[in-house]
Design a protein around this ligand. Structure first.
Ligand code: CAA
Length: 257
């Protein structure tokens, strides 16, 4: 499948999805969101893909936010619909698929860009990255899940500060706040993401998908995460990957999932 605003490549069990609208600092317009939706669904269906790595083209930006020029004329209804569609097609999708994703944040991750990184399962930042949710400086609020996911990741007090001040933070500050797991040089960014991907690739994709579902369940207000965990734990038993994983342990060999 060919795309206009993204590049999707598969290599060694990893699907690399690069947002590629450099002249607009990779801002997420509706076409980019629709292309990301297609590429993520395709990667998730492909049994050869064990990990998705998301990054931005060029050195300057991961994603500088939702496309402000596209929504500047919207009214209340179309604004709500923008948030609804975007969350469904991209942010909720990415967070809830069984294929683990790593955001390799290579530059500005602002507004919808940071929201995309936060919907990913793991975040790594290059040392030049700048992150923030500056929406209130535009007279709007984060609309792609930012008010919820930021508070979940860094705590309510820090999220309140970051969103109300609209300030950007450095990669080191983001690591200190627990917003990203690792900081490395721009040159090492993909390599660092690949090192994590290689560890993930050794494990059972079936079990990983159930673990993601269980972890996410704990952040839903209408679901008991412990109950989901018990159910998903049970659902692993008897599956070919459970049989292989336990047999490999007993036979003192590496599992072949
Ligand atoms: N939407 C649309 N275009 C954008 C954009 C965005 N979010 N961010 C940057 N661009 C465009 C600029 O308009 C400019 O295009 P032109 O050359 O055609 O004018 C181009 O990208 C380069 O940007 P700058 O000249 O501004 O580059 P800079 O280095 O001087 O500044 C920046 C970089 C600080 C990231 C600045 O571009 C900026 O502040 N961007 C907006 C960040 C922002 O507010 N993001 C939140 C968006 S709202 C949102 O995301 C809502 C939501 O949650 C759903």
């Amino acid at each position: 499948m060919s795309y206009k605003n993204i590049i999707s490549e598969q290599k060694n069990g990893i699907c690399y999805i690069t947002i590629n609208r450099p002249k607009q600092l990779n801002a997420l317009n509706s076409l980019t969101i629709s292309e990301l939706n297609k590429a993520i669904l395709k990667a998730d269906k492909n049994k050869l893909v064990k990990v998705i790595i998301l990054t931005g083209s060029e050195k300057k930006a991961f994603v500088a936010g939702a496309d402000i020029k596209e929504f500047a004329e919207f009214d209340s209804l179309s604004g709500e619909e923008l948030a609804r569609q975007g969350q469904k097609l991209l942010f909720d999708l990415l967070e809830n698929i069984g294929t683990p994703s790593i955001a390799a944040i290579n530059g500005f991750a602002l507004g919808g860009g940071l929201e995309l990184a936060m919907a990913s399962h793991i975040r790594i930042a290059a040392d030049n990255a700048k992150m923030g949710l500056p929406e209130v400086s535009l007279g709007v609020i984060p609309g792609y899940g930012g008010t919820q996911r930021l508070a979940n990741l860094v705590g309510k007090g820090k999220a309140m500060e970051m969103i109300t001040t609209a300030s950007m933070m450095s990669a080191d500050e983001a690591k200190e706040w627990g917003l990203v797991n690792y900081v490395c040089s721009q040159e090492d960014l993909l390599f660092t993401a690949e090192k994590i991907a290689e560890k993930i690739k050794k494990n059972s994709p079936m079990a990983i998908a159930r673990a993601i579902k269980s972890i996410n369940a704990g952040f839903l207000s209408n679901v008991n995460g412990f109950e989901v965990e018990k159910k998903e734990f049970g659902n692993c038993f008897g599956t070919p990957e459970f049989v292989e994983g336990t047999a490999a342990f007993i036979q003192k060999r590496k599992p072949n999932f």
